[in-house]
Design a protein. Sequence first.
Lengths: 253, 479
Amino acid sequence: MQINFGGREIAIKLVYYGPALSGKTTNLRSLHQMTTEGSRGRLMTLETKDDRTLFFDMLPLTFRAGGAGGGGARSEGDRGMTLRVKIFTVPGQVLHASTRRLVLQGADAIAFIADSQISETEHNAASFLDLRQNLSELGLSLKQLPVVIQFNKRDLEHVRSDDEIGALARRGREPVFKAAAVQGQGVLETFFGLLHLTWTKLDAEHQLAKMIGVESTQLLPMAARQLGLEGDVSTLLSACVGGSLDRHAKVPA
Amino acid sequence: MTAGVPDVLVEDVLLDGRLRIEDLVDRQGLDEVCRSFHALFGIPVRIYSAEGALLADAAGEQELCAYVNTTPDGRKACASVVGAVRARDPGESGDVVHPCFTGAAYRILAIEYDGRRVGRLIVGPFMPHTIVEPPASLLAIDPAISAERAKSLLPKMPRAKAETVTRIAAHLKSALDLILFSGHKAHVTSTMHLASVRESYRQLEEKAGRLQEAFDRLKELDRLKSNFLATVSHELRTPLTSIIGYSEMLAEGLAGELRPEQQEFVATIHEKGEQLLSLIMGLLDLGKLESGTMRLAMRPTHIEVVLGEVVSTLTPTARKKGVRLQLDLGRSLAELRGDPERLRQVFLNLVENAIKFTPVDGSVTLRARMVADESGDGQDDGLSLLAPTRARLEVRVEDTGIGIPARERERVFDPFYQIDSSSTREYGGTGLGLSIVKRLVEGHSGTIRIEDNTPRGTTFVVSLPQAMPTVAEAPRVTV
């Protein structure tokens, strides 16, 4: 996270992690399509064709809270604040380890995009262990970071059953969302689940809401409105099938 | 392993990089884009950075403006309008119109990228299509301005409807956005690429560091091992000398006559004792060679004498095994500078080995020849300076034995190395001989290598430099 007091801006970094071809980029594309033009930037896909050293996507989203409201341009003297969210995907392929670690640096939260297909179970686990390893090399741990898990590709056959995922999710700590990112299902739910955890944690640690004069509970609904979303954010969050969305509500001891 | 402090550069670029137009686009290219817009729509276009610097300018002076500028008050008024336009903020909406007293107008639009204002686009002056007569504000500026002249110049001003200007501006902005995005992407790519290379380099360095540590530790262990070996060998030799000595005395009957069976037992004790002693001597030699404390007594040496002794010593062994042992000496073999004792040790070892690994009815041949020195680096440059000045003597020990696979040829000279540990049981030996041989040959500034002996078997090639004829004799050399 970076806070710019003068510009009243907060920038946070969300990373979509997961095995190759689990649908991380598809999540970003869907999110990009679903959001309004005012709040999103271009989806940047970086791919160096020759040596494939780099391979990742970046989607910038910009939310305005308080002040005059609304997206887009603003002038000096407006006392609102801007929340800039940058969502990154990491390259899933094993050989991009160094890029993965670079993208992971300074991440505020992680959405782990798992592939629901039974055949991919091991790849999911390997990628999760890889995530843990990379974080520890960066001096971070999964315990410090908000994490949500998405079981993607629910629309395919030969996937792990809802019951199975439900049972696993209830045992785990991390909130779990089900998705079919190709059809846009579960994408916003995952994003808002992650944004909720992230905001709650950062707010608790840095008293962001107090500092910028925004009600903590107002941020998510505002973000949702600016993404062109009708209805209640809590409906989105209720799609979560396990884990806890409140675990970062308290200031860590 | 911890990467430590996150890369500030990468973080800045990825998370909250403050982007400036001038960092993302080529100024000249931007100017060309504006000129092409100007050429296409006839309306002047300017681009300013967020800090107010003019980045691109495609605006020729309009005739009407030039005319107004010929009058003192007109010039003043014009400068004030231009200054106001340049300073004007496009406001909350990011799009404002600034009027000119001539009736013309300027559109000032915010250029946004990544949710931030990065500059301003100024379109104009253009004449709104509603204005057909020179307005009163123009004529009032300076009494010298003629209404007639102004009216004749008015139609030459670029004209546009507000919607047209909006469309043109939107088009230019979207083109600009794409240019900025491309620039941004290239910036991110190069930064990440650099960071990625740096990260890989860091990993490699770490790995190299760990390897170096392991290497240093192994070297230290190796040194300790050599010391230990030398000490133990030395300690073993003393009691062994007594064992051999007393068994000799027993055999000679100094302690009374022995029965044949006792004689045989004592002979075995003596023989095994000698074997053990030669092994221990080998270990001591190796220890000395490794620590560099072996001293060679160098003196003029004739290789034919050395080789002759070796052959006569080993002929009984060869005969016993049914292997032919031949000596083939070339003509005019040069004199060497060497330690004949140690050279004898070298060839004894090689020939003994060759006999050991050659089956019945095979042959072992020792050939000595003079050859041109090939120790140069194989390149022609500087030959007149670098060409070797001495010939070399090459001794080949050829056998028709089991051979040594090409990939093993370097390793057989390592101490204790044996190609196949089962060969120790079959052929005996400690694996020390060749490592000592190699070090002794190198102590004579020589080389040793292994070649095939077609159709079967192995050839050890020992190459030794001819003695320097003019150099005075130095008594001893430390290897």
